[in-house]
Design a protein around this ligand. Structure first.
Ligand SMILES: Cc1cc2nc3c(=O)[nH]c(=O)nc-3n(C[C@H](O)[C@H](O)[C@H](O)COP(=O)(O)O)c2cc1C
Length: 200
């Protein structure tokens, strides 16, 4: 099953990240493409949550969200983020630090239209991170939206779309005997990647 799109010929170290996610998938890890993303909030403090990787390309790692939600607004204000993957079955970790930019309208429309109708409805009625009176009122809004759109295509809300995380550093960590773990850090230097090993 294709969990996310691979849009180009990937070069090291992005290809290595892709291989590790594939390896986790082969090991039947649940949601091997789930990643933690940390952004900086309006008080200058870190804020983390999980998202799903939806495309990997030579320029970086793409996920989709609500641009008007907390993380969306934080990232637009302060685009530097950190991503983190870890899989229990392979006991490997990837840490990525980089800068976000918005995906194109075309990519947003293409991905939105590929989503199940239920997800399109949720994205339409849920204003991410906003307070709601009751959960039931949200479900009602969703049902109302659904009945008003019978037989019609659901248009992507403008506030919903992707961010591309362009990596500046990627670290690969592997669990080893006696906690003598291996760490390979790739740092972007102009258009080249420099690789060093770090102590665990
Ligand atoms: C496994 C998992 C995957 C998730 N994937 C996404 C996602 O791709 N996009 C998204 O906006 N929220 C996703 N969420 C929900 C977020 O973790 C978070 O609750 C939501 O985006 C609101 O965060 P914010 O208020 O900081 O913007 C996911 C949650 C989990 C547990």
């Amino acid at each position: 099953m294709e969990l996310y799109k691979v849009s180009d010929n990937l070069l090291e170290p992005i290809s290595k990240a892709h291989e590790w996610i594939q390896e986790a998938q082969q090991n039947e890890v649940a949601l091997p493409h789930a990643m933690n993303i940390s952004s900086i909030n309006f008080d200058g403090k870190p804020s983390s949550r999980m998202v799903l990787l939806k495309r990997i390309g030579h320029e970086g790692f793409v996920f989709f969200t609500d641009y008007d939600g907390n993380k969306g607004k934080q990232i637009i204000e302060s685009p530097f983020v950190a991503l983190n993957f870890w899989w229990a079955k392979t006991n490997k970790q990837i840490r990525i630090e980089g800068k976000c930019s918005k995906a194109t309208e075309e990519e947003n429309d293409e991905y939105f239209s590929s989503r199940p109708r239920g997800s399109q409805i949720s994205a339409s009625v849920s204003l991410q991170s906003k307070e709601i009176d009751t959960y039931e009122s949200l479900v009602e809004r969703s049902q109302e939206f659904e009945s008003n759109h019978t037989g019609k295509d659901i248009i992507r809300p403008q506030r919903w779309g992707g961010f591309i995380v362009e990596p500046e550093s990627i670290e690969f960590w592997v669990d080893q005997k006696n906690r003598l773990h291996t760490r390979e850090l790739y740092s972007k230097q102009g258009s080249e990647w420099k690789k060093v090993l770090l102590s665990p």
